[in-house]
Ligand binder design. Structure first.
Ligand code: SF4
Ligand code: SF4
Length: 238
């Protein structure tokens, strides 16, 4: 996003709307400007429609910068999945596709939040730590679509310094590998310059138990179990 210096009256009305604090007063204090490297192209400042002089405008975005907009602006659909926002549904919604089979756990790692955001270099650091453990990165996911080598968790090098409000790694893990994967996530997360929200999904065993819970507890995760009852509005996969 850009602010036209010829039009800006420095009223400051747009500044509180920036999701990452990228709108600042210029050094000379005459106008507000957007710190290009911090802006995630979420479009909130423009959609807020508070500028009295119409000074905020969306410049043309090319790859790799356009990745910021695809991951941060909920009105933009990801070309890789056709889904807006972060480009994938929640796990409990994806459950209807039968992605998560018995004997496996689905893991979602949400990098960044408004105010914090994430660089794709941090996403890659985690992906590279998980890939050697045999996780299967979800194909219908825009982070996976940025990978040039799924077996190593490598993303396109051009996107590594790009920044997004949020990006999600989704992967499938065999239950026998889950403890090692969760330990790795716990070890790598504190090294990153962002926050991570983790979610996990699995099928309930025939005896009613949830097979992932004791494993997650043994690794030291605090569990908040949630369920969703699908009432047939989705289209199950095979
Ligand atoms: S597009 Fe989003 S991140 Fe960029 S300046 Fe506007 S509100 Fe801030
Ligand atoms: S709202 Fe418009 S005029 Fe006011 S500081 Fe922002 S860009 Fe400048």
């Amino acid at each position: 996003m850009k602010i036209d210096p010829e039009k800006c009256s420095n009223c400051g009305a747009c500044q509180p709307y920036c999701t990452v604090g990228a709108i600042v007063e210029s050094k000379k204090g005459e106008i507000r400007e957007v710190i290009e490297d911090e802006c995630v192209e979420c479009g909130v400042c423009s959609r807020a429609d508070v500028c009295p002089t119409d000074a905020i405008y969306q410049q043309e975005l090319a790859f790799p910068r356009i990745v910021r907009q695809e991951f941060s602006n909920p009105l933009i659909r990801h070309p890789s999945t056709g889904i807006g926002g972060r480009g994938t549904e929640e796990m409990k919604t994806n459950d209807v596709t039968n992605r998560f089979q018995a004997g496996f756990a689905g893991i979602g790692l949400e990098f960044g939040r408004p105010g914090v955001a994430t660089r794709f270099s941090d996403v890659q650091t985690m992906a590279m730590a998980l890939a050697p453990l045999g996780v299967q990165f979800e194909s219908q996911n825009p982070v996976t679509a940025l990978m040039i080598d799924k077996s190593k968790g490598l993303l396109k090098p051009e996107v590594l310094n790009e920044k997004a409000l949020s990006a999600i790694i989704e992967c499938l893990v065999a239950l026998e590998k889950l403890e090692e994967v969760l330990k790795t996530i716990k070890k790598v997360a504190p090294m990153l310059k962002t926050v991570i929200t983790m979610e996990m999904i699995s099928r309930i065993a025939e005896d009613g138990s949830i097979p992932t819970l004791p494993i997650a507890k043994s690794v030291g995760f605090t569990i908040r179990p949630n369920t969703k009852t699908n009432v047939g509005l989705g289209r199950p996969g095979k």
